[in-house]
Design a protein around this ligand. Structure first.
Ligand code: FAD
Length: 313
């Protein structure tokens, strides 16, 4: 987060890419190649999710290691409390530490597939807060700890205001950045961010919007419904008539997501987090539209100042 803070202090916005562990060995190799290529788009860091219920969690640790050690990517490892006894948490943190990883996104986790409700296996790890405290107590300041935020609510509680005090607790316990659930409505995000600040979450803790670029019509609709995020007026109407033409969907989707991102950047957001779904094209198109990708010669994740920020002075 020091690296981000330095870039932001100079008025340079940054971004990151989220990947998830693929199910097959070939899928993993393909993803490494893609991650390597996407490094040239200039992310400040990438992150690897922790499989629901600890599924494929060994792969998360392995991918973090390879991303850090082989590809030299600044990596953030997701870690959840789902089905995690203390010894498993210890092992995961030790592996991350050994790989040179210095960033953990501490989460409670989704329930495993076969269960509807979340249950703790270790009473010591009931909430993400417990994980934040534990990481802090064991590793001090070694890890930059991120936590999840929900501009449109979480679990059955869709009133986002109810969750803000718990978010504040996670920050008070040592989290230094917040990444949010995917959101497409800039007004909702900006209003919620202001409430977080008013609740005492300090400006030094970046509140990073989770952005899902639009890859296909079907995945867009499925994801938006699953997370119950508000889709701004006109989006469905623009995408529905072209839903069977993936190229056209990506083009229109790029315009919509870039417009959303522009509003956030103009409101002072300095870092965008892309849920890549392990795909490159839609994310690259949004970044190019925002003129945020680095020039051919430079692989420096430090991004040039954004035109609309310059005009804001
Ligand atoms: P918490 O902060 O623990 O909150 C869980 C619930 O408990 C909320 O309703 C909260 O309001 C409430 N709560 C919190 N503290 C208290 C308290 N002290 N007393 C009473 N209630 C409390 N899931 C995965 O399985 N793997 C991943 O890799 C993953 N990555 C994610 C990345 C991002 C950016 C986001 C936004 C989510 C991710 N998730 C992932 C999903 C996440 O695990 C779920 O949304 C989960 O249901 C909540 O996790 P949390 O960390 O926000 O939980």
């Amino acid at each position: 987060s020091k690296k981000l803070a330095a870039a932001h202090a100079e008025g340079r916005a940054t971004y990151s890419f989220e990947f998830f562990p693929p199910k097959t060995a070939q899928g993993v190799q393909n993803l490494y190649d893609r991650m390597d290529r996407m490094h040239s788009f200039g992310p400040a860091f990438i992150d690897i999710t922790w499989g629901a219920g600890g599924r494929l969690s060994h792969l998360t640790c392995e991918m973090v290691k390879v991303a850090q050690e082989v590809y030299g990517l600044e990596t953030c490892m997701h870690l959840t409390c789902t089905d995690m006894e203390r010894s498993k948490v210890d092992d995961a943190l030790q592996e991350a530490f050994n790989s040179g990883c210095t960033n953990i996104l501490a989460l409670r986790g989704d329930p495993p597939r076969e269960k509807e409700k979340w249950e703790a296996v270790d009473e010591g790890f009931r909430y993400a807060l417990d994980l934040v405290k534990y990481i802090k107590s064991k590793y001090g300041d070694h890890f930059d700890i991120g936590v999840a935020g929900y501009p449109e609510g979480c679990d059955e509680e869709t009133n986002a205001d109810q969750h803000i005090p718990y978010l504040k607790q996670k920050v008070d316990a040592g989290a230094t950045f917040i990444i949010t659930q995917m959101c497409y409505d800039a007004d909702i995000f900006i209003e919620w961010m202001a409430k977080c600040r008013k609740a005492g979450i300090p400006e030094q803790v970046p509140i990073i919007p989770g952005i899902m670029p639009i890859h296909t019509h079907a995945s867009f609709v499925r994801r938006a419904k699953w997370t119950q995020c508000n889709v701004p007026a006109g989006w469905y109407e623009k995408l529905e008539p072209i839903k069977n033409d993936d190229v056209a969907v990506r083009e229109v989707g790029k315009d919509l997501v870039a417009e959303f991102s522009r509003k956030l950047l103009a409101a002072g957001v300095m870092h965008l987090h892309f849920y890549t779904m392990n795909l490159a094209a839609a994310t690259r198109m949004v970044l190019e539209d925002l003129t945020m990708t680095p020039s051919e010669e430079s692989h420096d994740p430090a991004i040039k100042p954004l035109p609309w920020r310059q005009s804001l002075g």
